[in-house]
Design a protein around this ligand. Structure first.
Ligand SMILES: *Cc1c(COP(=O)(O)O)cnc(C)c1O
Length: 369
């Protein structure tokens, strides 16, 4: 039987990609902010409803460089219920992550728990729009203004999400979108920073291109994180199909919800706030073992026996990683909800050409547990 994985990378029709890259064979311009790169920046500004986009070779380096552009010091308030990248980006910049707990219903940072964590060392808040569920962007901005903190969002999951008809990256100082193969929209590997203050654009440019201003002037100690033309070409092709793909995802999410939401002890973790335009990036489901009499791991095993490969996303918490365990306080007492969610949530398969019969089969296997 063919395995069904948690996601499947989107590819445009082969001929369309070949057509898109054909001109590269006459220009021989493979990278360094070429025509395709610049076209994609423009198209993403339109799609994401933002003014400024800087493209990167991947989302992680984009996030590291956003933190550098913001010139942070000391402590950054964030959550441990995220991908390794978020916490690593803080630590690799010589900053200390301070872990805030999350909310049970959407798994994003609990805005009411941020202020008690602020000290004189705090320089920024780095919240994550987990699963495309958005943080309380308005409250977080108020807190940041009150304490003069920067806000940089890990919006890796939130490509295309809108709040009150605005692009989600309109909120905060900067937002990072991951354009990795496994995300809603991909450029094979890739990342994008949206910033609301255009001054960040030149800083980000220097950071991703060695600080080279022109042939004889190097004005900043930058690294290299440029997106190349083949990545940008993939993005230009994939973008044409994205809206239709998000619609297809939505229909599948509706099937999951119809099948699972009536069952006591099972909860689909998508935000029901009608001000939000979702991107249906993931299908996270919470399994309450106390009610169900069966736990998340047993359900995951049962699915795998049936060639369905879900993901324990996110497990373990980043604060429990071997590389952080020693310096992190016990997450059972500092972030109990994050700890609980990481042990009881499973992300189920979801991608545009997944068949609704497969969704029904997945739900039947879960019900049989
Ligand atoms: C994917 C992801 C990243 C990193 O993005 P890459 O493009 O893979 O480097 C960062 N944060 C979160 C929450 C992610 O899911």
């Amino acid at each position: 039987m063919k395995k069904i994985y948690v996601t499947k990378s989107s590819l445009p029709p082969f001929e369309e990609y070949v057509k898109e890259i054909e001109s590269i064979w006459s220009t021989h311009l493979l990278t360094n902010m070429g025509e395709k790169h610049n076209n994609l920046e423009q198209e993403l500004c339109n799609f994401l409803k933002v003014d400024n986009i800087s493209l990167f070779t991947n989302g992680h380096l984009a996030l590291e460089m956003a933190l550098q552009a913001a010139e942070l010091e000391g402590e950054v308030i964030t959550t441990p219920f995220t991908f390794a990248s978020t916490t690593h980006a803080i630590v690799r910049n010589g900053l200390s992550p301070i872990f805030c707990d999350i909310k049970r219903d959407t798994c994003v940072i609990d805005e009411d728990k941020i202020e008690p964590l602020i000290t004189e060392k705090t320089s920024a808040i780095l919240p994550v729009h987990v699963y495309g569920n958005i943080c309380n962007v308005e409250k977080i901005q108020k807190i940041a203004n009150k304490h003069s903190l920067k806000v940089i969002y890990d919006a890796a999951h939130a490509f295309g999400v809108e709040y009150k008809s605005q692009g989600i990256a309109q909120y905060g100082d900067m937002s990072m979108f991951s354009l990795h193969a496994t995300k809603v929209f991909n450029t094979i590997e890739g990342g994008a920073i949206s910033c609301n203050d255009a001054d960040y654009m030149s800083k980000l440019y220097n950071l991703k291109n060695f600080g080279i201003k022109d042939a004889e002037h190097v004005i900043a100690v930058g690294g290299n994180a440029k997106m190349n033309e083949f990545q940008a070409a993939m993005g230009l092709c994939n973008l044409k199909y994205l809206s239709a793909q998000i619609n297809a995802r939505k229909l599948l999410v509706n099937v999951y919800e119809k099948e699972l939401n009536g069952i006591e002890g099972i909860r689909v973790l998508t935000d029901k706030n009608s001000d939000i335009k979702q991107n249906y990036a993931y299908m996270p489901v919470y399994f309450d073992s106390a009610v169900l009499g069966v736990n998340r791991d047993e359900i995951a095993n049962k699915l795998q026996e049936n060639f369905i490969i879900p993901r324990k996303y996110f497990y373990p918490l980043t604060s429990e990683f071997d590389c952080y365990k020693k310096q992190s306080p016990d997450c059972e007492c500092t972030t109990p909800i994050a700890k609980h969610m990481s042990e009881n949530v499973l992300t189920l398969p979801l991608y545009p050409d997944l068949q609704s019969q497969d969704v029904l089969r997945i739900c039947d296997i879960i019900k049989s547990c």
